[in-house]
Design a protein around this ligand. Structure first.
Ligand code: GLC
Length: 474
């Protein structure tokens, strides 16, 4: 199948979060299954890679009363997978991937997709849109009378592309908003995401637990009514990670490479991480790592609130890498200053250091408030760090508590400081049981969180969407 991914992020061209890893690694996995994927992304100012021009790659569109130039450029992902970049400097010339103007920018991007498809002469079998930035694509395809099977994947329901009445009128969206919505459907809310949910042939999200959580008011972000309306065509497929990219035996960013049979070497990464974090170099106390966007979703407020007690009640060290909300950054940096022997904080987006945290810490912490899938826990397990997570979304689907037998980590249920600290303390106690702990690390390293199984599930979804469209056409 010719599968066209449309997204705002794809590694290594543009990355803010896990979305980027998933779009490119899933495309590679589908390619390995014998399909023919391609990607369409905006070309940001920061996407500095050699590109080729595309035949018939320039066109002019009219957008919100202006006439705009669009240029299509091309580059390739691993294994020769084509990546088409939609270029217009007024909208995408920025260094940042996301700005204050995202509604307009991604309206512009999605509006151009029908023209991009016809200019490129690609004839895709499947259109696969990711997150709110591309949620209007099904609408624009209908408007252009392009009958293509459309999948819409929700990576995070917290970002919906919500707009106000002024934008609704100025953008011209008001004139098409209800056009393709079935009369029986709930009215689409004033955001991009809702249209995608209602108009895509199939809606997916990135874990089965999150797929059921978002049907409830607690997790549904006020879209639960729309999601319930689509529940027969809503699927949860857990993300994989790219096992060639994330491989401790070959990762060039590690201090020392290792695998499950040469675990002793892993200690060199722990020492290097302690040195980097200016923490005492000690192998006999647990080192807890965290790599995370510093946003509300990720449970950073819990972390901040637990620190004093954590210092008193455990002996563990803590290394945190991430960036995001100012107040979180300040509080965490403050904790590192106050407890320099125990806490080390890096406010950055640093892939090299991230790998050292995965490969050097003993425990990997993800206390998320909600988590559509989460990739950190998967990478951590592949690198032998044992996850401590809250039981939500993809974390619930991929981490099972050791207390339940044959588990792979430590899980707490409710979003509060005491349950989180209790889970950390259980992990610490288990760390001191050296033999058991080593077995647990080795067990986790051998688990399979590659795309093998999940890419096949997407394949089934694509086939189903094609069938649905074929029957509609008859
Ligand atoms: C978003 C979600 C995360 C998920 C990722 C990729 O970043 O917050 O849970 O793993 O998308 O799907």
């Amino acid at each position: 199948m010719k599968i066209m991914f449309i997204a705002s992020e794809a590694f290594p061209f543009a990355k803010v979060g896990g979305l980027a890893d998933v779009t490119s690694s899933l495309a590679i996995a589908l390619h390995d299954l014998g399909h023919d994927p391609c990607l369409i992304l905006p070309r940001y100012g920061s996407t500095r890679i050699p590109v080729q021009d595309v035949r018939r790659g320039n066109f002019v569109v009219s957008f919100m009363g202006h006439s705009e130039q669009v240029a299509l450029k091309m580059t390739r992902l691993e294994k020769g997978i084509p990546v088409y970049l939609v270029e217009n400097d007024d909208y995408f010339g920025t260094e940042e991937i996301y700005t204050q103007d995202d509604l307009k920018r991604f309206l512009f991007f999605s509006l151009n997709i029908p023209a991009v498809i016809s200019q490129l002469d690609l004839h895709p079998d499947i259109i696969h849109c990711h997150d709110w930035h591309t949620a209007l694509v099904p609408l624009w395809l209908k408007k252009a009378k392009m009958k293509l099977p459309c999948i819409f994947t929700i990576h995070n329901l917290a970002y919906q592309g919500s707009f106000d009445q002024q934008f609704f009128l100025d953008s011209g969206l008001s004139s098409v908003w209800q056009e393709y919505i079935p009369v029986s459907a709930p009215r689409p809310s004033p955001n991009f995401m809702g249209q995608g949910i209602l108009l895509a042939d199939i809606v997916t999200t990135v874990s089965p637990t999150y797929a059921s959580e978002i049907l409830t008011p607690q997790y549904g972000g006020q879209l639960e009514q729309l999601l319930n309306y689509r529940r027969d065509e809503l699927y949860g497929i857990v993300n994989g990670i790219d096992y060639d990219e994330y491989n401790p035996a070959a990762d060039p960013y590690l201090e020392r490479n290792y695998d499950s049979t040469t675990m002793k070497r892993r200690a060199d990464n722990k020492l290097a991480l302690q040195t980097k974090g200016r923490l005492p170099q000690k192998l006999d106390i647990p080192l807890i790592g965290m790599v995370s966007r510093l946003e509300e979703q990720k449970g950073i407020d819990l972390l901040i609130r637990v620190i004093e007690q954590f210092i008193i009640e455990t002996k563990a060290q803590l290394v945190i890498l991430g960036q995001g909300r100012e107040d979180y950054q300040k509080a965490l940096t403050g904790a590192a200053l106050k407890y320099p022997q125990r806490v080390s904080v890096f406010i950055a987006n640093d892939e090299r250091l991230a790998r050292l945290i995965y490969g050097g810490s003993d425990i990997f912490l993800m206390p998320s408030r909600f988590e559509p899938c989460g990739l950190g826990q998967l990478i951590a397990m592949r690198y032998g760090a044992v996850p401590v997570v809250r039981r939500t979304g993809g974390l619930a689907d991929t981490v099972k508590d050791v207390a339940e037998g044959n588990g792979n980590g430590f899980v707490f249920q409710n979003y509060n400081v005491s349950e989180m600290l209790e889970a950390i303390k259980r992990a610490e106690a288990s760390f001191y049981q050296r033999e058991e702990w080593n077995n647990l690390m080795r067990h986790n390293m051998k688990l399979d969180f590659s795309w093998n199984t999940s890419a096949r599930k997407y394949e089934e979804i694509y086939l189903r969407a094609r069938k649905m469209c074929a029957t509609q056409r008859q």
